[in-house]
Write a protein that binds this ligand. Structure first.
Ligand code: GLY
Ligand code: MN
Ligand code: MN
Length: 470
């Protein structure tokens, strides 16, 4: 009798149970699998990657399940570069680009196929198909992805067997495959850089997904405004749950931990505890994004007066951030240095902070010394896509020191944050935090604000709340 797991309530599996389990199953082959809509776009992305590494073998794993405790695992998140190059989200997979003599590559994909029903693997163990759900057959994966597919259980041996081919792998996602190829870390980092850079400009399919992510996010924000009175009676968690419901209903999940920050929590950049009170008279900073089923995320922030109207000081701060955002967005156009939108926003906020007497001028001096950062804290934006902070491994020359191109998607998100214990500002300013964050795509002649469906100016926000606040 095969041994059961420690502290399992069954001691093992009898031979008779084992053979009973193997019999009596209907044919569950899926017929009629269609190629994924994204497949030709993923093929074009692979061609661009291939052109960067002639003569080299490239291995891009999707990653493995991570244990949370015992036999419980974290929700699986495939490596972004794998998703981009394949359109696939399966765990334990790997894309391989095998070099050809002509400088190009042949691509194929390792996949974890279905469990056999001729042994016990399909029903014993917490990752077995009967416990976790049906996977695809290799044949189904080949049609769906438009790639030849092989059984990943042979991948390490396959990769180790061929020597003399310069190889790179993206590290940190699949230790067994890394051990099989034994590559050089610096050269591997260049592969990850290239994968990040190939995401800087989104293709038409990706832009469609970004629109879906933002449109769902707009609906999620409206949901939250409609639930404000329940949040007042409960806590920030009510807002978090309200947005999450929209994210799960329309997409995969939230693209990052929602920041539902009422009152002085708005001054904490990464406030995700979301367990504080929601009080009339204070502001609610909501930074949240729906992630689509294809894993593209929005990243939007609105700062709302919980009682429906801004106080004079809240409005003064809000309007300064709004003007800074306007200045930043005006700098988003093709050919503009990436840093321009950040500098435009930050200069505006620096000027306001000098005018209010919170930092010492003149403005040029204060800006050169970065004095505004006490109150603006973060950079003004970042690339957005499959990752909320997308393309983060790109070379600096290609990203923050680069130039905007049509198809890039980025956030513009200036803010002002007056800490509750900051003795350098008047008491009524303390604990106020305001951020306004929108998602922009660079177009041929400027930009389009994908999140323009949400109000931005203080008067628009008040009108919106008057209409929807519940
Ligand atoms: N929500 C993270 C950010 O705005 O960058
Ligand atoms: Mn952001
Ligand atoms: Mn954000």
């Amino acid at each position: 009798m095969a041994k059961g797991r420690k502290n399992g309530l069954y001691e093992g599996v009898s031979e008779e149970l084992s053979s009973l389990m193997r019999t009596g199953w209907a044919d569950s082959e899926r017929r009629g699998t269609e190629p994924a809509e994204q497949a030709p776009y993923a093929a074009a992305r692979r061609a661009a990657l291939s052109a960067r590494f002639p003569g080299e073998r490239l291995v891009i794993p999707s990653g493995n399940l991570k244990t949370r405790s015992n036999d419980d695992t974290y929700p699986f998140r495939p490596y972004t570069g794998y998703v981009h190059m394949t359109g696939d989200q399966a765990r334990d997979g790997a894309l391989v680009l095998e070099p050809r003599a002509d400088g190009g590559h042949d691509a194929y994909c390792y996949q974890l196929p279905r469990d056999s029903r001729e042994n016990d693997e399909f029903w014993i163990g917490y990752t077995a198909e009967l416990w976790m759900g049906r996977r695809r057959t290799l044949a189904e994966s080949e049609i769906l992805l438009g790639l030849p597919c092989r059984d990943v259980r042979g991948a390490a041996a396959d990769l180790a067997a061929v020597t003399g081919v310069p190889t790179r792998i993206v590290r940190g996602h699949d230790p067994a495959l890394e051990a099989a190829v034994a590559t050089d870390e610096d050269r591997d980092d260049e592969l990850e850089e290239a994968l990040s850079e190939l995401r800087l400009v989104k293709d038409a399919w990706e832009l469609g997904e970004m629109r879906k992510a933002v449109d769902s996010t707009v609906r999620g924000f409206t949901d939250c405004v409609g639930e404000l009175s329940r949040a007042v009676a409960s806590s920030e968690r009510w807002i978090e749950g309200t947005f999450f419901r929209r994210a799960r209903l329309e997409g995969n999940a939230v693209g990052y931990g929602s920041i539902c920050a009422a009152g002085e929590h708005a001054t904490i950049m990464h406030w995700t505890d979301n367990d504080g009170p929601v009080r009339p008279g204070e502001l609610l900073l909501l930074d949240a994004g729906v992630e689509t089923h294809s894993l593209y995320t929005a990243d939007v922030t609105r700062t709302l007066p919980i009682s429906g109207t801004f106080t004079a000081v809240q409005r003064q701060v809000y309007d300064a951030v709004y003007e800074a955002q306007e200045a930043g967005m005006a700098a988003v156009k093709p050919g503009a240095p990436y840093r321009d939108f950040h500098e435009a926003s930050q200069r505006h906020l620096t000027a306001r902070l000098v005018e209010w007497g919170f930092i010492e001028g003149p403005v040029d001096r204060a800006y050169a010394l970065g004095l505004q950062r006490r109150f603006t804290m973060a950079g003004t934006g970042h690339m957005l896509g499959l990752d909320v902070h997308d393309c983060a491994q790109a070379r600096t020359a290609e990203y923050v020191d680069g130039v905007l191109e049509p198809g890039m998607v980025l956030t513009v998100e200036p803010g002002l944050y007056f800490q509750p214990d900051d003795l350098t500002v008047p008491e009524e300013w303390r604990g106020i935090g305001v951020r306004i964050e929108d998602d922009l795509v660079v177009t041929e002649d400027g930009h389009e604000n994908l999140s323009a469906g949400l109000p931005r100016s203080s008067s628009e926000v008040e009108a919106w709340m008057a209409e929807f606040a519940g």
